[in-house]
Design a protein around this ligand. Structure first.
Ligand SMILES: Nc1ncnc2c1ncn2[C@@H]1O[C@H](COP(=O)(O)OP(=O)(O)O)[C@@H](O)[C@H]1O
Ligand SMILES: [Mg+2]
Length: 358
């Protein structure tokens, strides 16, 4: 039946096709069952456009209905339970949900273009790129905590229609004490193993990779230093020969080891949001259907220097407080109380910045 829908869809003229858009929406049979797939591209106006295509295997079975190609794919979702290194993420935010500085989104757009299948195919056609090598990119997202690095990694994955295998790098030291080199290899080996078994190409996300990327110490140093250097060397080696899309996030700003900088082809900075960006963050995150006091003023809230992560937290905490009240009503004062708490709790050196901490 799906095949019929598909064939009907193909034979429609433009007008009819637009009328039948629901067939191509997320959750429709054609999309859900993997008969039609799409790529998302940022268009020059900042929106996202989708190009739909029939997946290779389906196309193959239409053209050669008698040949049954046997492909057995194990879903990543089932394989993931057998290991404790990665978390499997099915991204549900898209790039239009992220509020970013202009330069950051420009670099991201550029990156999206590089990862675009059409661009890749062009390069293969020209003989510049190897057909087998697929899409490769080694990316660093760097910037202060809570600026949206992880969220952007997920959103980028969603646009590229990929799943994410996420590794929390702070785990590395606790995995097997004293064997961090082995552990580094294990991350990559497990990743390749999972990719091989599923034949999908998830994005490898190395979250909070500060320990891997920090400047290596030189000269005479302790055994611990040496071990750390060794671990970083292995990491470097693995990065060097990595195939696929890898995103490392880090809070390090200046201190990224030069050797690493060179091996990543994209280094994207995440800045703390300015007033205007904070305003859109508040707008995006505040519950729409909640009651607000009459004099509630978003500009007032946007005046506080906070990251997206902090705004997210403050809204949640405030909502919990307001929800239990007899008459739940959001007031500016409620938020300001939570903002103060958040500011006091975070030692980010901004406390002395005067008016921001009324
Ligand atoms: N630039 C942003 N745009 C939209 N939401 C953001 C942004 N930055 C942070 N957030 C919110 O804060 C949460 C935590 O951000 P996260 O991506 O984990 O930050 P980081 O990885 O940089 O520490 C996100 O899930 C999102 O709700
Ligand atoms: Mg993060």
């Amino acid at each position: 039946r799906e095949m019929n829908t598909l064939i009907e869809l193909i034979s429609l003229d433009e007008y009819e096709r637009i009328k039948n858009r629901s067939l191509l929406e997320d959750g429709s049979h054609l999309i859900n069952d993997g008969i039609i797939d799409y790529e998302e591209m940022l268009n020059p106006f900042g929106g996202i456009s989708r190009a739909f295509y029939i997946v290779d295997e389906v196309l193959h079975s239409i053209i050669h209905p008698q040949k049954h190609k046997k492909v057995r794919r194990i879903k990543l979702n089932t394989l993931i339970d057998e290991q404790d290194i990665f978390e499997l993420v099915e991204p549900d935010t898209s790039l239009s949900d992220v509020v970013l500085a202009k330069e950051t989104s420009e670099t991201l757009q550029n990156l999206m273009r590089q990862l675009d299948k059409e661009v890749i195919n062009r390069l293969i056609e020209w003989g510049i790129k190897d057909k087998k090598s697929g899409i490769d990119a080694r990316i660093i997202f760097y910037g202060a905590a809570g600026t949206g690095k992880t969220m952007t990694a997920y959103s980028l994955a969603k646009s590229l229609k990929r799943q994410v295998l996420a590794f929390d790098c702070s785990k590395i030291l606790s995995m097997y004490v004293g064997e961090s080199e082995k552990n580094v290899r294990k991350i990559f080996d497990t990743f390749y193993d999972l990719c091989e078994k599923t034949k999908t190409e998830p994005i490898l996300l190395l979250n909070e990779a500060d320990q891997f990327l920090g400047a290596r110490s030189s000269g005479a140093n302790s055994g611990a230093d040496q071990m750390h250097n060794q671990m970083q060397n292995i990491f470097l080696e693995q990065i060097e020969k990595f195939k696929g899309v890898l995103i490392a996030t880090t809070n390090l700003l200046e201190n990224i080891d030069k050797a690493f900088s060179r091996r990543f082809n994209y280094k994207i900075e995440f800045k703390k949001p300015n007033q205007e960006q904070r305003l859109s963050l508040w707008k995006k995150m505040l519950p729409v259907d909640a009651p607000y006091e009459e004099k509630f003023d978003l500009n007032e809230l946007a005046g506080y220097s906070l990251t997206g992560g902090q705004i997210n937290l403050i809204i949640k905490n405030t909502a919990y407080r307001v929800a239990v009240r007899e008459k739940p009503l959001f007031s500016l004062a409620d938020f300001e109380q939570e903002i103060k708490k958040e500011k006091d709790a975070s030692f980010d050196g901004e406390k002395s910045m005067g008016f921001l901490n009324k």
